[in-house]
Design a protein around this ligand. Structure first.
Ligand code: BGC
Length: 876
């Protein structure tokens, strides 16, 4: 009889440096890659009491930990006897022992590979070809044929570009990533991607093709010309370059490599006539080069490539950008003859894929926009100078499909012109394109409005993840604005697995730090340390506060270790300028509580009273960052520094109180934001906390129960109103449908979060187009409140990586149930409550090897171990 019995405890989801089977780790940068897994169990209360890891390389065991008594499941560093070799493949498994001493079977096999010793050269077109700052250029196609002498056991390709690239072997596209190798400061380093290409190669003749485009390296960048100097294009370089190195291991164990070098040839006569991230792509199907990535193609008319030097190559540390979802049109309209508008019913980031039939030479234009004007025509003013237009010139002779590859757009609507009749909706898809980090959180509740808000937050989050966290995906900006992600970080972490993504981006942040310790306001920073655009309160502070979030949620000590010095240098810089503890000198561009109530243009809305004074704002952030630096030092065992920064944080707090807090607990400016920040960052004297909470609710009443806050203080206000025991008020603000509110956005066509509270107002229309995006996540930081207050999930900062956590739901509003599920780094956490007949039932799932403290309103806390639990309470 075939009878399986599942282990009581199973290690699953094996990860190396946060990634599933990374193939290009650098033995010098990562000599001890960290291994992690999650535990699964059907037995309540199960936990891991020991583990055993075995690592093999070429069938030899290079590390066997033996039984290690430990409940660790995260970040276990490789400590094999032999240092990692270049160009090798390591296979690993783990088994675990449960609470009753029973060992699980070995897990499935996971792998990591190491990068080769680089021999390939950077190649590209000859730089004698004309170059213009105005126009994007045709995409070079580069190729080479090589013969492999013996049967192949294994082959790994490592590919990179200064610009964007797609790589082909024997007619097949390698990998499913897009927009690779993503944005870094190319002067410092560039990422490469690694692929197992064994199945694509064959003994005998093989053909290799690379297609390049300008991308972030040589194309247009947001704010580029006016913010950082320079022209329109070619900031890091004018001509895109590519590099590929394929490491082949034959069946007999011998090795060979094929790489880009001067023997490759290129043409500029391919189908992509121009490609730019902001402006779009132009594709001429008549110029397709049939068979150019296959053997036997005649490239005798192609030119030999130019070789050049490149920056440091580093393996991609985050999940690649991919097409993560496909959507069908919900409507197609025609506001004018010959103009067709496709509506996807959802604002998103990516491009469309469409199939059509038309005569050769028919030119089809696809313009992308977020909203329509009153006449039903596409509204593009808010895109500023970004053209977001793809042009397709048909090859003719049957059905053809077009999908751009070297651009992306922020859109809900696509305007199609150039076709004689409306396109067939069955032949069109919108492709959502973003960094493919796993979605780990779901929130649902009995109020459809809140569910729609959460859906908008989710789409905004995904739509702004493209190797870096951007402010927006549509206009000529799309930059890694640090203040936005600083406030959105915890919401982002609840929604998606941000661990690898932040690991990558925080390196961009460090690359951009100025010699005198200032973090930029945006990273990567496409210029050099700039007198402005550097060191703004709450923006530059992301360099401290995002690593802190990474620690709290993922227990990543190594990241703190690598980042600590940068974080310390930043707060030292501000302190050196402001030794009296008030941040008044050198606050950079001092955006303050950006887009606060004072910026709203609505009938009857107060002109003044929302904006917190900039020195109050800045000093609050200085105190917070300094406190976090002190905590980081303590975690890292740097005791002297821990004391030093703790004392300094105390001094800043005191200075804040002396300068800004009155004896009756008023904070200078008397704004919602001022109280929210002072309370949230623990800056009020204990004895005045209650008074400040009173002032906070008073300033909310002054606005008729509405927000006068901007992007930095809205979530902090909601958390503090809740902590003050007024979750009723917080619910009322969150469930509001009048502006300023997220409820208003989703009730008025918003399927993503708007940049401004009043991005569009009935009767008034859109805000002035100079700065009005409909896809900006910063105000969506309210999502954190959904998870932490409605669902009740709160990390315990003293027990990082959700080892111990709090479940403190605060049912309220008219909600009758809510459910949050969060796939934490240690396993799945669920908090689900329901109110029936004045009885509250809470169900909580606690993952193996973790514990939770659960507290219902007005009840004593209860400590729970792993497993599923049900708790009941009377609500009245
Ligand atoms: C961006 C914001 C950013 C800000 C700096 C804007 O143009 O879109 O999200 O944080 O500039 O204040």
């Amino acid at each position: 009889m075939n009878c399986f019995k599942l282990d009581s405890l199973r290690p699953v989801r094996l990860r190396c440096e946060y990634l599933e089977n990374p193939l290009g780790l650098d033995p010098e940068r990562t000599p001890r890659p960290r291994l992690s897994w999650r535990l699964e169990s059907d037995e309540p209360g199960q936990r891991q009491t020991a583990y055993r890891i075995r690592v093999c390389c070429d069938k030899r065991t290079v590390w066997d930990t033996g039984a290690v008594r430990s409940d660790d499941t995260l970040h276990i560093p490789y400590a094999g006897r032999y240092p990692l070799r270049n160009g090798a493949l390591y296979a690993w498994r783990v088994r675990v022992r449960d609470a009753r001493g029973r060992w699980s079977a070995w897990s499935g096999e996971a792998r990591w590979g190491t990068r080769p010793v680089w021999k390939a050269k950077w190649i590209g077109e000859q730089s004698d070809t004309p170059w213009s700052e105005r126009e994007s250029r045709p995409s070079p196609c580069l190729r080479k044929e090589s013969s492999l002498r013996r049967p192949i056991r294994r082959a790994v390709a490592h590919v990179s570009a200064l610009g964007l690239c797609e790589f082909f072997i024997n007619g097949a596209r390698v990998g499913d990533q897009v927009l690779a190798p993503e944005w870094t400061d190319y002067r410092a380093r560039v990422q490469f991607q690694s692929y197992d290409v064994t199945a694509l190669l064959r003994k005998g003749g093989n053909a290799f093709g690379l297609m390049l485009a300008a991308g972030w390296y040589a194309g247009r960048l947001g704010l580029h010309s006016w913010a950082v100097g320079g022209g329109e294009r070619g900031f890091y370089g004018r001509w895109p370059r590519g590099l590929a190195q394929i490491m082949v291991t034959y069946q007999d164990g011998s090795e060979e490599f094929i790489g880009t070098d001067e023997s490759w040839r290129y043409t500029l006569d391919g189908p992509i006539r121009g490609a730019d991230l902001l402006d779009g792509e132009t594709y001429d199907a008549r110029r397709e080069l049939a068979g150019w990535t296959d053997s036997g193609f005649d490239d005798s008319a192609w030119r030999p490539v130019e070789t050049c030097l490149g920056p440091q190559l580093v393996p991609q540390a985050n999940e690649p950008i991919r097409i993560t979802e496909r959507l069908r049109p919900t409507a197609i309209t025609s506001p004018k003859p010959g103009v067709f508008i496709i509506d996807f019913g959802q604002n998103l980031t990516g491009w469309i894929s469409l199939a059509l039939r038309a005569d050769s030479g028919t030119c089809v234009r696809l313009r992308h926009g977020e909203i329509l004007d009153e006449s039903g025509a596409l509204y593009v003013e808010n895109l500023r100078s970004a053209r977001q237009t793809d042009t397709y010139i048909c090859g003719g002779g049957g059905s053809e499909r077009y999908e751009p590859r070297f651009t992306y757009h922020g859109f809900r609507y696509v305007e199609v012109t150039g076709l004689a009749s409306a396109p067939d909706p069955a032949q069109i898809e919108a492709c959502a394109v973003n960094s493919d980090a796993a979605e780990v959180g779901t929130f649902e509740c009995s109020d459809p409005l809140l569910n729609r808000i959460m859906s908008a937050i989710r789409w905004t989050h995904r739509g702004n993840l493209h190797g870096i966290p951007t402010d927006c995906p549509q206009r000529d900006e799309r930059l890694g604005w640090m203040g936005d992600i600083q406030v959105f970080a915890q919401t982002a972490i609840f929604g998606m697995d941000m661990a690898a993504f932040f690991t990558k981006w925080l390196l961009d942040v460090r690359d951009a730090q100025s010699g005198d310790g200032r973090f930029p306001d945006l990273a990567p920073f496409p210029g050099y340390a700039h007198p402005s655009f550097y060191g703004a309160p709450a923006w530059a502070d992301a360099g401290v506060l995002v690593p802190w979030r990474q620690w709290v949620n993922y227990a990543d000590r190594e990241l703190l270790q690598t980042h600590f010095d940068s974080a310390r240098r930043w707060v030292d810089r501000v302190w050196a300028d402001n030794p009296e503890g008030l941040w008044r000198r050198n606050p950079g561009r001092a955006y303050g509580d950006w887009l606060n109530g004072d910026t709203l243009i609505m009938d009857g809305w107060p002109i003044k009273g929302g904006a917190v004074p900039i020195d109050v704002f800045a000093t609050a952030f200085l105190a917070e960052s300094t406190k976090r630096v002190a905590q980081m030092a303590a975690i890292l065992g740097r005791r002297r520094e821990a004391t030093h920064y703790r004392l300094r944080a105390g001094a800043i707090r005191k200075a804040f109180q002396r300068a800004f807090v009155s004896p009756s607990g008023r904070v200078r400016g008397d704004t919602q934001a001022g109280y929210a920040l002072a309370l949230h960052f623990g800056l009020m004297p204990k004895r005045l906390e209650k008074a400040a909470q009173g002032h906070l609710t008073r300033t909310i009443r002054r606005y008729g129960g509405r927000f006068s806050t901007g992007i930095q203080s809205t979530i902090r206000l909601l958390m503090e109103v809740t902590r003050a025991g007024r979750s009723d008020l917080a619910y009322a603000m969150v469930q509001q449908k009048t502006p300023p509110s997220l409820g208003y956005m989703v009730e008025h066509g918003g399927t993503t979060i708007w940049e401004r509270w009043d991005g569009w107002i009935a009767g008034r229309g859109p805000y002035a187009p100079g700065m009005n995006s409909f896809n900006h996540y910063a105000l969506g930081a309210i999502g954190e409140w959904f998870y932490r207050v409605i669902g009740g999930l709160n990390p315990d900062e003293g027990s990082p990586g959700w080892k111990h956590f709090f479940v403190r739901p605060r049912p309220g509003g008219d909600l009758t149930w809510a459910r949050v599920v969060y796939h934490s780094i240690r396993g799945v956490i669920r908090s689900e409550w329901r109110i029936e007949d004045q009885r509250l039932t809470l169900e909580v799932d606690v993952p193996s090897n973790t514990s939770a403290t659960v507290q219902l309103p007005g009840r004593r806390p209860v400590r729970l171990g792993p497993g599923s639990h049900v708790i009941r309470a009377q609500t009245k």
